[in-house]
Design a binder for this molecule. Sequence first.
Ligand SMILES: [Cu+2]
Length: 172
Amino acid sequence: MLGLNSFLIQIIFLKIELKSTMQKLLKLGFLSFLMLTFLGAGEFVSAQQSASIAVSNIWSRSTPPMAKNGAVYFTIVNNGPADKLTGVSASVAQRSTLHRSKMGSGKLHGVMRMRGLSHIVLSGNQPFIAKPGGHHIMLMGLKKPLKLGDSFDLTLIFEKAGEITVTVSVQK
Ligand SMILES: [Cu+2]
């Protein structure tokens, strides 16, 4: 009788052990599922976003070895109320500002000039596209050259949507 009892007790313990192991495995499985979902979202939806703002096609030109400045281009879709891009920061440069290039007229015809902007209005009616020859983020005082294939973080500061950190890929 005693032998049978201890046998049964061992089975019960084994069951409890199996149960808790299963729970651990399930927890692990759930966590990795969450992580895959999270990573997958980043991989397949190239846009980086808040509830109302989606930033996509974020890229920068590679720079020659001695270059002090770089430029970042992007597309912003605003699905919420009108907002403003009011600032930007990136650890790759000493200072980052909003800029706009414009072709000069009159005596300056054919000369590309650029000036700083205090903000960019995002009305939400259509995507805002920053591209070469137009709006861009100026990276001033690059700490090292931007090399083809590299990527770096950049934080965009919106009046309503707050801060959104995006990844910039360095292209040709
Ligand atoms: Cu500029």
